[in-house]
Each structure stands twice: as structure tokens, then as C-alpha cells.
Ligand binder design. Structure first.
Ligand code: CA
Length: 716
């Protein structure tokens, strides 16, 4: 070895790694080394497919738990870890960051941004975070209260911190930042809270704002920020800006270095009901769209709107994958997305031109997407005889934020899919639109299971509500290749590997591997809590590891109500890391609490009925439809006598605001609060009775796996 090379190598050995941990650059992010996972979706193309194949169809039965790391909170866990240079970086709920030795799980450092817990009431969908970005020795995290923080990758100390949102509005950050051309790109959420969406870029070194792209126009009198906004304003009517408009960029992004295009997924309209938002009609750009921007300037290049004039909470913030596909004899550079609205889209990512779209679940809101115009053809209005009827997919989406994956060898995209209807009714007379927090303009009482119906009818209703599956989709033929039916909705994101495997965790607390070509179950281990995050894989010294963050939570865990009866969470999150020839045990789950006998139900039916409506409109989004919890936020059926005694002080006066439970004196009267309590007691007594006469088991019997999952939780 020549002396200078030797000296350089020695120098790198001595100071290199210490000087610059997580030395991700454009090259590494675009073309990761096989054992690395340097970016959120593994690379800029966000395919979530790893070339590692030591764990494969033949060896997967030897896969076992190598190590686990227990997180300090029991809220939802949605992050995908990043692994570079032997270190694993992951976030937990409340935007905490952890750096671990990727081979052993030893904690190197942790960072808690100290998010005030009252911020929880601004977050529709749990105190979650989907991960960090790393770049040239820094780790970037967006915090629930809207900060973008740059940490030193070596020790977790703060290099800089920027407040990216106005703190007097209900903006939050749950998505992972991306780094493109020395700029950290970060969006935000709040589409259910009347905010105006945008995405921002900050200089990696200084934290200075480089550019901001608004996704919906503001008040025309204040002038438009860009030509794109001036044009978009032509597609709105009325005084939409007073209601925010929505269009938040709360999750997905991708980048094509060759085309130099940054793609961002844009969320739903705020409020949901389009007549309230834009009474004169219009497409309401750029709601529910994929928008391509120049990463240097944030300048608009093209857009494709999946749901013009969205009125169903059909975000297009779902995961986007860049790939090159052979379509009708030529190679097309495409971008693929399976947004909430139930159609799988293949677009030309250079121009945004429509290539194809077909429904991948049951879809009732549109008959098809017109191939000539690329526009959906809406079905008849969702009212029959003046009454709203269920529309599919639901606001939870045919596919939510859980990442999908693309296997170029199999030619398949694997989608965590859901089939569910939802009854959209306008809440025109509701106080919703004046609420500084919840502002959908939608009457959730119409979507709740009706009161006073026979148990058998209720059970039958529950059976039809939601069905979920892992779906393998051929994006060229636009049709399903196979499906794995799940016992419960709201399952984990997906990883694809060159070992011919598809990894996915599920709501019932299992982590599984399926054959990439057939969907056959190849391997399964208990996670002892529901899994919603996506797995990833990496190699250290040639040894392949498969990692998944387990921890039940997210929007459905909050609002799903009785649909969550079989997946009570409650356990702390845990990172589970597997390797061949290991046999570790994950941390245990939780034993379900004994239900205290509720106060006697002495209320009049009329008060219970009124309480049902107020509860559905003001409480159900967090505490669950029909007063049934999801293991994340207190299940009010289990409320202690002490809490019942101060119910009015909690719900009306807001004495628990700092803990995340705001007061509702701005939208409820003391009498209405008491009606809500009457309804809670009514539901608690029903539950108590069900358990008492073992009718409980009828309510949750369903499939064998549901019963098994429940028994599993009971035993631990
Ligand atoms: Ca939404």
C-alpha cells in the first residue's frame, strides 16, 4: 500500500467515523450499498426493497429475535429505522429519537424534544412519528409541536432547531423529513383542524428556510406566494381561506435525481365537506394531489389530482414509489401510489401524465378513472332519500400511511389494504366550523353504530364494517396477484427483499414473512403488541438483520372503537430485530385491566340519545366510536368513580388540558357534558353486562385468530 493511501486510510480509521457519523450523501441516498438503509424508503425512489437475500424462502424458518429495545412510551409507533455505518436511528412516539448499535441494540444516545403533552389534542392520529433523516453527520427529526431539529449524529446534541409552523394553529408534524441537495424537506399535518398546507425546505447546515411551497391558495387580497397559487385559486370559490383549506403534506415524498424532481403527496380538504369549503364548486387544487417540485427552489413543475374536489378525506399523502416499468413495449419512468380513495395509480413521473388507474378494493364513490382525461367519474351523490349512506373507502382509507413496497423481480407492489365504508353526513349546524381544533364539518354520529339496537344486529353490523388484507398488485396489468386476509384492520407497513419475502406486522401482534410470489405464510413470530410500522432490513459485517418497530396506535387505534375490541394495545413500544439462528423473546404484552363496575345507569333514554350525538361529534375521534377504546387513549368505559365525580371539570373546564385532554366549554354546555356522561355510563353498563354473562365472547368470537389474539393478551 503506498504510504499516502495508507496514511489516509489510517487517518479515516482514527478520526473518520468519529468525525462524521451517518455520512449519507446524494450518492448513498440514491444508490444505497446493499447492507444500508440510509433513507426513509431505503433510497430516494422509496421502493422499500432490499437486495439482501441471506434471509430467504429456504432460511427464513431459522429467523429469530436477535435483540429488542423497549421504548419508554405506549403510544403508537410508526417509524421506519435508518441504518448507516453500523448505527440504527429510530423515533418513538412524542418525537423521541434513539441511536442504537445496529448489531447489538446497545443505546448510543437518545434525544427527547420535550413535546408538551397538551399538543396531543392538536394531533388527529396519535402522538406518532415516522422517523428521521440522516445526512452528513446530522440527524433530522420533525416534532409533534412543529419543530424541525438537527442533531449531531455522533452524540445527539442539538445543532439547530426551527419552529416550522404557527404555534397558534393546530399544525403538527408526524412525517419523516427527507434531505435533497443539502436541504431538509418537511411538511406538516392538521387537515382535520382547519390549517393551510405547505411544505418547507431548510438548509442542512444553518437551519435557514430555503423555500416554502403552499399547497392551497390563501386569501387573494393578501397576494399569492407563487404563480402556482394564483392558478390554483381559480379552482376555489367562496372564502375558503377562512377555513384553512387543508392540503397538508403530512407524509410521503420521493425524489428522482436524474429528473431533479421532488414529489410530495398532498392531503384532504379542510373541512371535509366540499360545499362548506368551496360552495361554488371547483377542483380545489392542490388537494389530494401528487405535486412535482424543483428541490432547489420549490417551484411547481406538474401535478396530478387523484380526487378533484375531495369531500371524503381522500388524501394523496400515501407512499409513492418510483420505478421503471415495461408498459406496452416501452420503458416508462413511473410514480405509483395507492391513495386513500381506493384506486392504484401509475403516472409518468417526468410529466405527470396519466398512464392507468384501477380500484384495488371495493370503491363506491367513483365508477372508474376516465383514461382519456385521467379524472375519476364520480358515482351518484351519497344520499338516498335525503339520508347519507355508507361510502367506500372510508376516511381511514383503502390504504393509509403504512408504507407499501415494490419487488422489481416479482413485478409486484405489496399494499397494506383496507376495505371499509363510512357514512359521510354534513354537520352544517354543528359548532365544528368555529372550533379551533376539530373542524371537519362532518357529523360523526351518522357513522357510529346506532343506539338501542338488538345485540345480534349490532354484531352483524360489526362484521361488515372493515376488512383488511395484504395485497400483491401487478401495476402493469393493474390487477391483484394475491391477497392475505387479516383478522383485523389497521396492519403494518411492508418490506420486500431479494430473498423472495414480504415482511409485515399486524394488528393482532404478529410479525410475519410471506412468499413474494404466492403470499404463502413462511414465518411468524409474536410481537406481543399490535404492529403498524413498516419493517426494514440491513447487514452488519455481512450478517442480515430484519427490524420492525412494534407498538399499537395511530388513528384507527383512537377512533376505531369496537373494531379494536380484539387488539387492546397498552404495551410499551419495542424495536424487534431478527437474524438467522437466534431465538430471543420479545418484551411481554399487557394484561387487560379488570373493568370496574360502572355507576348505575339511571338516565332517561332521551338524555342517553343526546349524549350519544354529542359524544360522536366531540369525543369519538380520540376516545373511539361508541365509547370503546383502542388501548392508546383512556377507554371511558373503564372510568373510575373518582373521574366520574369530576367529569364536568375534565370535559367542560379542561383541568387535564396539560395532559392532552382539552376542555370543551367552547362547543358543549354543562348539560350536554352531563348527557355525554350518561351515555358513557350506558355503554359501560352494556359492556359490564356483556362480560358478566359471557356474551362478551360472542361479541368478539369471529375468527379463530381473533380469539387467539385476545387470549394471548389475556394470558400475558
Ligand atoms: Ca385527513
Amino acid at each position: 500500500m503506498p504510504r499516502t493511501v495508507f496514511a489516509t486510510a489510517l487517518c479515516a480509521l482514527l478520526i473518520g467515523p468519529a468525525a462524521l457519523a451517518a455520512a449519507v450523501d446524494a450518492e448513498r441516498a440514491a444508490e444505497p450499498a446493499p447492507g444500508d438503509w440510509p433513507a426513509h424508503g431505503r433510497s430516494y425512489a422509496e421502493q422499500r426493497h432490499s437486495p439482501l437475500d441471506a434471509v430467504n424462502r429456504d432460511t427464513v424458518e431459522r429467523l429469530g429475535l436477535a435483540w429488542s429495545f423497549e421504548l419508554p412510551t405506549r403510544r403508537g409507533q410508526e417509524a421506519t429505522p435508518i441504518v448507516v455505518d453500523g448505527v440504527l436511528y429510530v423515533t418513538g412516539s412524542w418525537s423521541m429519537v434513539f441511536a442504537l448499535d445496529a448489531a447489538t441494540g446497545a443505546l448510543k444516545w437518545q434525544y427527547d424534544p420535550g413535546v408538551p403533552r397538551r399538543t396531543g389534542s392538536k394531533a388527529c392520529c396519535d402522538a406518532v412519528n415516522r422517523g428521521v433523516a440522516v445526512w452528513q453527520g446530522q440527524v433530522f427529526v420533525g416534532t409533534l409541536d412543529g419543530r424541525l431539529v438537527a442533531l449531531d449524529a455522533a452524540d445527539g446534541s442539538v445543532n439547530w432547531s426551527q419552529q416550522t409552523v404557527p404555534t397558534d394553529q393546530a399544525y403538527t408534524i408526524t412525517g419523516a423529513p427527507r434531505v435533497v441537495k443539502d436541504r431538509v424537506i418537511i411538511g406538516n399535518g392538521g387537515g382535520e383542524y382547519g390549517v393551510r398546507g405547505y411544505v418547507s425546505a431548510y438548509d442542512v447546515a444553518t437551519g435557514d428556510l430555503a423555500w416554502r411551497f403552499h399547497t392551497v391558495p390563501g386569501n387573494p387580497d393578501a397576494g399569492f406566494e407563487s404563480d402556482a397559487m394564483a392558478r390554483a385559486a381559480n379552482t376555489w370559490s367562496g372564502e375558503w381561506w377562512r377555513l384553512g383549506g387543508g392540503g397538508t403534506v403530512w407524509d410521503s415524498m420521493a425524489y428522482d435525481p436524474e429528473l431533479d424532481l421532488l414529489y410530495v403527496g398532498v392531503g384532504n380538504g379542510s373541512p371535509w365537506q366540499r360545499e362548506m369549503r368551496s360552495p361554488g364548486g371547483g377542483d380545489n387544487l392542490f388537494l389530494s394531489s401528487i405535486v412535482a417540485l424543483r428541490p432547489d427552489t420549490g417551484a411547481y413543475v406538474w401535478h396530478y389530482q387523484t380526487t378533484p374536489a375531495d369531500t371524503w378525506d381522500y388524501t394523496a399523502t400515501q407512499h409513492m414509489i418510483l420505478a421503471d416499468l415495461e408498459i406496452e413495449g416501452r420503458t416508462r419512468k413511473v410514480i405509483m401510489q395507492a391513495p386513500k380513495n381506493g384506486f392504484f395509480y401509475v403516472l409518468d413521473r417526468e410529466t405527470g401524465a396519466f398512464i392507468s388507474a384501477e380500484p384495488f378494493v371495493n370503491v363506491t364513490w367513483a365508477s372508474h378513472v376516465d383514461p382519456e382525461t385521467g379524472r375519476p367519474v364520480e358515482a351518484e351523490p351519497v344520499y338516498v332519500d335525503g339520508q347519507p349512506v355508507p361510502t367506500a373507502p372510508s376516511p381511514l382509507g383503502a390504504h393509509n400511511w403504512m408504507p407499501m413496497a415494490w419487488n422489481p423481480d416479482a413485478g409486484l407492489v405489496y399494499i397494506p389494504a383496507m376495505d371499509a365504508p363510512f357514512t359521510h353526513a354534513s354537520a352544517a349546524a354543528d359548532p365544528d366550523l368555529d372550533d379551533p381544533l376539530w373542524r371537519t364539518g362532518t357529523d360523526f354520529a351518522a357513522a357510529a353504530t346506532p343506539l338501542f339496537i338488538a345485540p345480534a344486529v349490532e354484531e352483524a353490523l360489526a362484521e361488515t364494517l372493515v376488512s383488511a388484507h395484504l395485497l400483491a398488485w401487478d401495476p402493469v396489468a393493474q390487477k391483484a396477484a394475491w391477497r392475505v386476509q387479516h383478522a383485523h384492520p389497521w396492519n403494518g407497513g411492508v418490506l420486500s427483499t431479494a430473498g423472495g419475502l414480504v415482511f409485515q406486522g399486524d394488528a393482532t401482534g404478529h410479525f410475519s414473512a410471506y412468499d413474494a410470489n404466492s403470499g404463502r405464510l413462511m414465518w411468524q413470530r409474536p410481537a406481543n403488541t399490535g404492529v403498524v410500522a413498516a419493517p426494514m432490513t440491513y447487514a452488519i459485517d455481512g450478517r442480515q438483520f430484519v427490524a420492525v418497530l412494534a407498538g399499537w396506535g395511530g388513528s384507527m387505534a383512537l377512533n376505531g372503537g369496537r373494531l379494536n375490541d380484539t387488539v387492546k394495545g397498552g404495551a410499551n413500544g419495542r424495536l424487534l430485530v431478527y437474524a438467522l439462528d437466534e431465538a430471543g423473546e420479545p418484551p411481554p404484552g399487557v394484561v387487560m385491566a379488570e373493568m370496574p363496575q360502572p355507576p348505575r345507569n339511571t338516565a332517561l333514554d332521551d338524555d342517553i340519545r343526546a349524549g350519544f350525538g354529542h359524544y360522536a361529534r366531540s369525543c369519538s375521534v380520540c376516545h373511539g366510536m361508541n365509547v370503546a377504546g383502542g388501548g392508546v387513549i383512556p377507554d371511558l368505559r373503564y372510568l373510575s368513580r373518582e373521574k366520574h365525580a369530576i367529569f364536568d371539570r375534565i370535559v367542560y373546564d379542561g383541568v387535564l388540558t396539560e395532559a392532552g385532554m382539552p376542555g370543551f366549554s367552547h362547543r358543549l354546555t354543562p348539560e350536554q357534558v352531563e348527557q355525554i356522561r350518561a351515555y358513557v355510563i350506558y355503554e359501560a353498563n352494556r359492556e359490564w353486562r356483556r362480560r358478566d354473562d359471557s356474551g362478551w365472547w360472542r361479541a368478539v368470537k369471529n375468527t379463530a385468530s381473533r380469539a387467539t389474539a385476545w387470549a394471548l393478551l389475556q394470558l400475558q
